[in-house]
Design a protein around this ligand. Structure first.
Ligand SMILES: Nc1nc2c(c(=O)[nH]1)N[C@H]1C(S)=C(S)[C@@H](COP(=O)(O)O)O[C@H]1N2
Ligand SMILES: [Mo]
Length: 327
C-alpha cells in the first residue's frame, strides 16, 4: 500500500451524540451522525486517484481507482447506521445510531469483474488505517462478511447524504453493509480479498463476536431489533390528562414487524402504529397515551420480522427508557 495519506487524528476518535430525542429527522444531517474511528482519522488529498485492490480467490485480481468506480452505475441506498457499541463492553446498550443515504457502486458489480472463485465464502475488507486500540497493536482495520450477503445492496460508497464523504466517514471510499452494524462498514477502504475463511486480526477474532451459548460465538454482523424514543424527551414534564403522541424509530436487519410501548416499567404494553418498513431505513412508530399520575417513564420494544424482540437488559439492543414527570 502506498502512503498517499496522512493522519488527521492518530488514535481513537469518536463523535457519539447518543441523544435520541434529537433524531427528529428521517435522514440524519451529517453533522449529527455518529463517528467511530478506532485507530485514527485519515486525511486523503487526491481522493479520485485512491486505489483499491481486489485480490485473493479471484480469477482476475484488479486495481481500481475511485475515478474508475465513479464511471460505473451509481446507486443510492438509505440505511440505518448503528455502532454496535464499544468492543471492550459489547453487551452495553448504546443509542449510537443515525439514518443516512449512501451513494456509490455495488460491490457485486465490482466482484463480477474479478471472477470470484465459488469457494470464496467470505469477503474481507481492509482499511488503510492501522495502529493501536485497547492496548493491542491491531495492524490494519480488517473486517469480513459472508459472500452470500453481498447481493444487491452492499456498496463501495463515496458519498453520504448526497455529499462527498467527510474524512472521518472514510473519504474517499468505504464499504457499506446495510443491515449490518457499522463496524462492518470499513472506511478508507484499500483492499478487498475473497477468502475461504473468516478474516484474521483483532476486529474479527478477539472482538465483535457475541457469545450465544457456552463455547459458541456469533459475529457481530446483523443488526438486532432496536428502537429509540424521540418524544417525549428525557426529563419532559407532561401535564396530567394530556394526550401525548409518543414516537420514535425502530429498525432491525430484515425489517421491523411491530413496536410496543410501556408506561409502567414493563407491566403492561401497548401496540404502536408502525409505518411500513422500506429497505434498510429505520421505521417510524407512534402511539398516543394519556399522561397520568404515577407515570415516570416510557420504554419501547421492537420486534423484527424474524420474530426476535428487544431484551429487557444485558444486551446491546436492550430496552431504552426515557424518564419524564407528570405534573
Ligand atoms: N477503517 C475503519 N473503518 C471503520 C472503523 C475504523 O475504526 N476503521 N470503525 C467502524 C465502526 S466501529 C463504526 S461504528 C463505523 C462508524 O462509521 P462512521 O464513523 O462513518 O459513522 O465505522 C466502522 N468502520
Ligand atoms: Mo462501532
Amino acid at each position: 500500500m502506498s502512503d498517499a495519506f496522512a493522519y488527521k487524528v492518530k488514535g481513537f476518535f469518536g463523535r457519539i451524540p447518543s441523544e435520541p430525542h434529537k433524531l427528529t429527522e428521517r435522514t440524519t444531517p451529517t453533522k449529527d451522525c455518529i463517528v467511530l474511528c478506532h485507530l485514527g482519522v485519515l486525511e486523503v488529498s487526491n481522493g479520485n486517484a485512491w486505489e483499491i485492490e481486489i485480490t485473493g480467490m479471484v480469477g482476475r485480481p484488479m486495481r481500481l481507482t475511485v475515478n474508475d468506480l465513479k464511471r460505473m452505475p451509481k446507486v443510492t441506498i438509505a440505511s440505518v447506521h448503528q455502532c454496535a457499541g464499544s468492543p471492550l463492553d459489547p453487551d452495553k446498550p448504546t443509542q449510537r445510531v443515525c439514518n443516512v443515504t449512501w451513494g456509490g457502486v455495488r460491490l457485486d458489480d465490482v466482484l463480477r469483474l474479478v471472477e470470484p472463485d465459488p469457494g470464496a465464502a467470505f469477503v474481507w475488507s481492509i482499511g488503510a488505517d492501522a495502529g493501536e486500540f485497547g492496548s493491542v497493536d491491531c495492524g490494519h482495520y480488517i473486517k469480513d462478511l459472508p459472500r452470500s450477503r453481498v447481493g444487491v445492496d452492499v456498496l463501495l460508497a463515496y458519498e453520504m447524504n448526497g455529499e462527498r464523504l467527510l474524512p472521518e466517514h472514510g473519504h474517499p471510499l468505504r464499504l457499506v453493509v446495510p443491515g449490518f452494524y457499522g463496524t462492518n462498514s470499513v472506511k478508507w477502504l484499500r483492499r478487498i480479498e475473497l477468502r475461504k475463511e473468516r478474516a484474521p486480526g483483532p476486529f474479527t477474532t478477539r472482538w465483535y463476536n457475541d457469545v450465544v451459548a457456552e463455547g459458541v460465538t456469533r459475529p457481530v454482523w446483523n443488526i438486532a431489533p432496536q428502537s429509540v424514543i424521540v418524544w417525549p424527551a428525557p426529563g419532559t414534564s407532561l401535564e396530567r390528562g394530556a394526550v401525548v403522541r409518543a414516537w420514535g424509530w425502530a429498525w432491525a436487519d430484515g425489517g421491523v414487524a411491530g413496536v410496543k410501548i410501556s408506561l409502567d416499567e414493563g407491566l403492561s404494553w401497548k401496540a404502536c402504529a408502525v409505518e411500513k418498513p422500506t429497505g434498510h431505513s429505520w421505521t417510524q412508530f407512534m402511539c398516543d397515551f394519556e399522561a397520568a399520575a404515577g407515570q415516570q417513564s416510557i420504554v419501547s420494544r421492537a420486534t423484527s420480522r424474524s420474530g426476535e424482540s428487544q431484551p429487557d437488559a444485558g444486551k446491546r439492543n436492550a430496552l431504552y427508557r426515557v424518564p419524564f414527570t407528570v405534573v
